[in-house]
Design a protein around this ligand. Structure first.
Ligand code: G3P
Length: 226
C-alpha cells in the first residue's frame, strides 16, 4: 500500500519524509485553510520538498467548465505528477469526462461516500478515487467495508482506477485496508507516527542499548570495536 501524507504543513511533511517511507502528499481546501496565504506558495514549497512524488490538489470551482480550466491551471504551476482532486458530484463527473477526452491531466475523484460514486468516477477515467473512511463511519455506515467494496468493483470490472483511502482516525483502520491490499492511503502526520508508537517498543530498544553499554561502556556502539 502506498502511503501519502494528508497535510500541508511543510515542517510536518519534511519530518514525515525524513523518518518514514512516504510516497506523496494530499491536500484539500480545509487543509490549505489551516496554512492560509497564497495556496500556491504552500503547494510550491511542498512540490520542492517532495520532488516528483505525487501531490494531490483540489479544484474548488462549482461548474464543470471552470473545474477543467482550474485543473489545467494547477497542473501548469505544479507540474507533471500532480493529481487534481475533483469532487464526485454531477459537475465533477462532467469535468472528469471533459478532462479525459481533451487532456493528459490525472485526477483523483474525491468526496467519495458511496461505491457507485467511485464506479462512475472510474468509468470517467479517474486515476484514483478517495473514499472517506472515517466520515462514512460517522454517517452510520462502514467506511472500511465500502472501501473494500470499491476495490472489488474495480478488480471485478477490470478497471484501472486505484483506491486512495482517506479520512482515518486510527491505525487499525489503515491496517485493515493494508491487509486487504488497498493501493494507497493518505494519513495525517500524527497518525503516521502512531503506526509505530508504543512504550513497549521503546522499552525493548532502550533495554538493548543499556545491556550493550553495561559491558561496553556508556555511549559505546559496535563502531567502537574491531
Ligand atoms: O482529504 C480528504 C480527507 O482526507 C479528509 O479527511 O480527516 O477531514 O475526514 P478528514
Amino acid at each position: 500500500m502506498r502511503l501519502l501524507i494528508d497535510d500541508a504543513h511543510i515542517e510536518l511533511i519534511n519530518k514525515a519524509y525524513e523518518f518514514y517511507p512516504v510516497d506523496g502528499v494530499t491536500t484539500n481546501p480545509t487543509i490549505l485553510s489551516k496554512i492560509g496565504g497564497n495556496p500556491f506558495d504552500t503547494l510550491k514549497s511542498i512540490r520542492k520538498l517532495i520532488g516528483d512524488d505525487e501531490l494531490h490538489v483540489q479544484a474548488v470551482s462549482r461548474k464543470a467548465e471552470d473545474i477543467v480550466e482550474e485543473a489545467k491551471y494547477i497542473i501548469n504551476i505544479l507540474g507533471g505528477n500532480t493529481y487534481v482532486k475533483i469532487p464526485a458530484i454531477p459537475e465533477g463527473f462532467k469535468a472528469m469526462k471533459m478532462l479525459d477526452c481533451s487532456t493528459q491531466i490525472l485526477y483523483t475523484a474525491t468526496a467519495i461516500y458511496t461505491p457507485m460514486q467511485a464506479y462512475l468516477a472510474a468509468e470517467c477515467g479517474a486515476a484514483y478515487v478517495a473514499p472517506y473512511v472515517n466520515r462514512i463511519d460517522n454517517m452510520g455506515f462502514n467506511g472500511l467495508e465500502i472501501t473494500k467494496q470499491i476495490q472489488d468493483i474495480f478488480e471485478n470490472n477490470e478497471m484501472e482506477t486505484e483506491v486512495l483511502a482517506a479520512s482515518f482516525k486510527n491505525s487499525q483502520q489503515v491496517l485493515e485496508l493494508c491487509e486487504y491490499g488497498i493501493t494507497a492511503a493518505t494519513v495525517s502526520p500524527d497518525l503516521l507516527v502512531a503506526f509505530a508508537k508504543n512504550s513497549a517498543i521503546d522499552e525493548a530498544v532502550e533495554t538493548f542499548i543499556e545491556d550493550f553499554e553495561s559491558f561496553a561502556g556508556k555511549g559505546k556502539t559496535m563502531r567502537d570495536f574491531k
